[in-house]
Design a protein. Sequence first.
Length: 237
Amino acid sequence: MTITIHQPEYLPWIGFFDRIYKSDLFVILDDVQYQKNAFINRNKIKTAQGWQWITIPIKERESLRNINEMLIDNRTDWAKKHWKALISNYNKAPFFKEYASFLRDALKKKWESISELDSFLMKEIMDILGLKAKIEKSSSLNIPGQATERLVNICKKLDADTYLSGPGFTGSGEKHHMDLEKFQEAGIKVIFQEFEHPSYPQQFEEQGFLPYMSIVDLLFNCGEKSLEFIKSGSSTT
């Protein structure tokens, strides 16, 4: 059984769902420390001026807690702002009307937990894409350990014999700090994601193709062919 483990993200990019596509089980790593300016509470959409962030405000006083303890700052109507941005930039996309309703309905609800919102949207998108991986939350597993040790313990607890990691190198070319010997000692194979971002039809062609947008960019533009585009960039080593 192949397992992948990752922090929750807000409307993640397509490579996030590539890892889920190649896995039997996805563990949402929600009980590790929240990182400011990561993708947990924000992502990118394409606009006529290029790309822009859509960001969910987080209560600053909670900034040193774990992800599943982080609270959304609902003093501003951020959901209305996000929905307005999506309509403004994607209303002419060929599949916007068909695929936007799940997001519109989700944004109408009042969410307190960023982790719960991220997880809900991720499951909705998995259903749309037809991804069948099972889902667990690390916070519900009560598994000890730090860094690589914890990843190994999660794999052992869930009877996984293969761990699908993100790319073997970070964006700056540095190797990930993962102790592969610990996996070897546990008899768990490690494979690394290799994902070459595919091009697909987007809005605002004059901007050229912009990679690493939120998954909604692909869904609104490509509809039921979205998974085919994800598969086209997919490989592992």
